[in-house]
Ligand binder design. Structure first.
Ligand SMILES: C[S@@+](CC[C@H](N)C(=O)[O-])C[C@H]1O[C@@H](n2cnc3c(N)ncnc32)[C@H](O)[C@@H]1O
Length: 377
């Protein structure tokens, strides 16, 4: 280990004889077995996605592929890549020409594996950040490094590497390798080690979701439903008049506005009673909190279809005999209202449909017992 990575020609020229070193070529079965055992302990259970950066002739990449991992190996030197491709032929590994600091890959690896390269790169702290950014959450960097030579040593001590990796957070473990001659094919007396760095993931994002409001407009035992049209969401299905709460609006003001905009009914805060609050997740994963407010027919005027471009009809339906062609979560909200259940989860699974399906899975989970009989509006 006597050259910096800026010496491109050095590695091109070194490629043909590179595997002559026992720890490079792994030709001796004992050396090969020693590296295979260590590598197995540093990698997650196979199969995982492993990126070998500065792969050289691909000896470690081959071990990882033989252990059942999906390997991508990259090196800047074309002669090295040619040898690695030969070595990895017959495996599923891909070998690419590329620069360690601007790799020709997308993020999404479980492991970035790098042996004997980091020390030679001009800005190791920056490159560690870059490699960490190629990992999936929970991924790790496996860095095999050392400080070689007695008179004018080159390389990184484990302590220095620890300082460089500290800004990544997470965990940092060092395994000293200098005392194990099986790895090197001979005894060595300089510092050699492997570091496994599991960077802290990004801080969890705050959960955010849309808030929407739904009007349960009651006319005796019937409720007003609107058939959606041309909106791109649940068209053709019945739903109660509803909409999203706008920025800065409270849920009751949002309900008053939506009632005016959609059905021309002028309500006041006193006309509305909150009946159900539901957290809903759509089949595509989008989440929302839906508030269902009850109001009585007659207050605020006759409902009319004020948005004929989005609604094809308004119809009154008995609450205890609701139609099937409804949006499933609206139906769940009305069922909860009838049952006196004030709080509900209604979380679709992938593959569910938006439409209510009388034979489909029930996704409503009450979060509180029914309200005291007679206390409902
Ligand atoms: C000491 S060899 C290590 C090879 C391999 N990791 C191994 O341990 O067997 C260093 C390798 O890194 C490659 N290399 C050096 N600088 C590089 C860079 N900036 N980007 C990509 N590869 C680089 C060289 O071509 C060479 O193959």
């Amino acid at each position: 280990m006597t050259t910096g990575s800026d010496d491109r020609q050095f590695w091109d020229a070194a490629a043909a004889r590179f595997d002559d070193e026992p720890d490079h070529g792994l030709r001796d079965p004992r050396v090969r077995a020693a590296w295979a055992g260590r590598l197995r302990s540093w990698l997650p259970d196979p199969p995982s996605d492993v990126l070998d950066v500065g792969c050289g002739t691909g000896s470690l990449a081959l071990l990882a592929a033989e252990q059942g991992h999906r390997v991508t190996a990259v090196d800047r030197s074309e002669p090295m890549v040619a040898l690695a491709r030969e070595k990895l032929a017959g495996t599923t590994a891909r070998v690419l020409v590329g620069e360690a600091t601007a790799l020709p890959v997308e993020a999404g690896f479980d492991v970035v594996l790098v042996r004997h390269l980091l020390w030679a790169l001009p800005d190791p702290a920056a490159v560690l950040r870059y490699w960490a950014g190629l990992l999936r959450p929970g991924g790790r960097l496996v860095l095999i490094e050392g400080r070689w030579g007695a008179v004018t040593p080159v390389g990184l001590t484990a302590g220095t590497l620890g300082e460089l990796a500290a800004p990544l957070g997470g965990t940092f473990g060092i395994e000293q390798l200098g005392h194990d001659p099986a790895l090197w094919g001979r005894p060595v007396d300089d510092e050699r080690y492997a570091a496994v760095v599991r960077p802290a993931g990004p801080a969890p994002r705050r959960h955010r979701e849309i808030v929407d409001v739904h009007l349960v407009l009651r006319r005796g035992d019937r409720v007003l439903l609107a058939r959606r049209a041309n909106t791109g969401y649940a068209d053709g299905l019945l739903h109660v008049p509803s909409g999203h709460v706008e920025d800065g609006e409270d849920v009751r003001s949002g309900m008053i506005r939506e009632a005016r905009e959609e059905i021309g009914v002028e309500l006041t805060p006193e006309d509305l009673t909150a009946a159900v609050v539901m957290q809903h997740r759509a089949p595509d994963g989008g989440a929302r909190i839906g508030w269902f407010f009850v109001a009585s027919y007659g207050i605020g005027g006759e409902p009319v279809n004020r948005e004929p471009d989005k609604c094809s009809e308004l119809v009154w339906h008995p609450l205890d005999a609701l139609p099937d062609d409804m949006v499933a979560y609206c139906r769940a909200g009305l069922d909860a209202y009838r049952a006196g259940l004030p709080f509900l989860l209604h979380l679709h699974e992938k593959g569910d449909v938006i439409a209510y399906d009388p034979a489909g899975p029930r996704r409503a989970v009450p979060l509180a017992p029914p309200a005291v009989p007679g206390s409902r509006p």
